[in-house]
Design a protein around this ligand. Structure first.
Ligand SMILES: Cc1ncc(COP(=O)(O)O)c(C=O)c1O
Length: 211
């Protein structure tokens, strides 16, 4: 979490795009001024914002699969195309959905990579682990020593490169690469959802219609 990430994170009602809404107390007004917020899956609005602000955009960050909301067909491809045309870095927040995203790439739904992506949760196999991955030239900005002439960005952490979490994460990815676990967990999820919905319907409880 950061002040920037908390602009329009989960607004109570749709914002007045592209103006963001701070989702926490304590965020300086100046942060809101630095951010533009665009509606998910609306490529027309996104493209017109990009065209209007292309000289000021440091990057575009998006969670490509928003929990229950999948990207509309063609949305990510169009976003990738227009950001590449304007030389604007595209960043995917894949903290939650890295695995499903890999599957789309394999299925040819999205052929090009983002320029940077953030990873977390499943990659640690239950241990705390997070990562940033991306284009070599962009990653180099945070690995080279700062100098008066070359830009560098600070990267710092309390427990960097924790070997136990890394080993747990690699073991988890090995398991996920085998056929079975993903479809097995979908099947278990569907079964659980069905049973919970039936129970909720029988009790006329809220959530009964969320099949
Ligand atoms: C989509 C998304 N991005 C980023 C984060 C932040 O992850 P963390 O709190 O591990 O930094 C979360 C947290 O749940 C998330 O859901």
């Amino acid at each position: 979490m950061s002040d920037y990430a908390l602009i329009s994170l989960a607004p109570k009602r749709p914002g007045n795009f592209p103006q963001g809404v701070p989702d926490s107390a304590g965020i300086p007004h100046s942060v809101r001024e630095e951010m533009l917020v665009a509606p998910f899956n609306d490529i027309e609005t996104v493209a017109s914002l990009i065209r209007e602000h292309r000289d000021e955009l440091a990057g575009i960050i998006i969670e490509p699969f928003q929990r229950l909301i999948p990207p509309a067909p063609g949305f990510l491809q169009a976003l990738r195309k227009i950001t590449a045309e304007h030389g604007i870095p595209l960043i995917f927040d894949e903290v939650v959905n890295r695995v499903s995203f890999r599957l789309w790439r394999r299925a040819g739904i999205l052929r090009r990579h983002p320029d940077l992506c953030t990873l977390g949760k499943v990659i640690g196999g239950g241990f705390p682990l997070a990562a940033i991955a991306g284009r070599a030239d962009m990653m180099a900005i945070s690995t080279r020593a700062s100098s008066a002439t070359r830009a560098s960005s600070c990267r710092s952490a309390r427990f960097p490169a924790n070997p136990v979490a890394a080993v747990a994460g690699l073991a988890t990815l090995d398991i996920l690469k085998r056929p079975g676990p993903t479809s097995g967990s979908y099947a278990t999820g569907r079964e659980l959802k069905g049973a919970l919905s039936e129970d909720a319907e029988a009790r006329r409880a809220p959530g009964a219609s969320h099949r």
